[in-house]
Design a protein. Structure first.
Length: 94
């Protein structure tokens, strides 16, 4: 079940990134994807996620595409978890 959720999340992230990338703007370079992946891996998810969203659909290197995609899913999960934790603590304190 966990593996299915991870694959489904990755697919959703990739489709959403592709939809946003086609809405306009210039394609991100492989260097931008590398930078975004490095940011994500160092824990700077709030900065990395918008960059990953723009760059993943334009990456041609399969290894970098996989790395950036997985970093994007992890960051999306982390950011959602942090938001959920803040909401839960607010409810508990009230």
């Amino acid at each position: 079940m966990s593996r299915f959720f991870s694959l489904a999340s990755l697919l959703c992230f990739t489709v959403a990134a592709g939809a946003q990338a086609h809405s306009g703007g210039t394609p991100a370079s492989p260097a931008a994807a590398e930078h975004a992946a490095t940011l994500a891996e160092s824990g700077h998810c709030s900065e990395a996620l918008p960059l990953l969203t723009k760059s993943v659909p334009h990456v041609t290197d399969k290894d970098l595409q996989k790395r950036a995609g997985l970093d994007g899913v992890r960051c999306a999960t982390v950011l959602r978890s942090e938001e959920h934790s803040l909401n839960s603590s607010h409810i508990t304190i009230s």
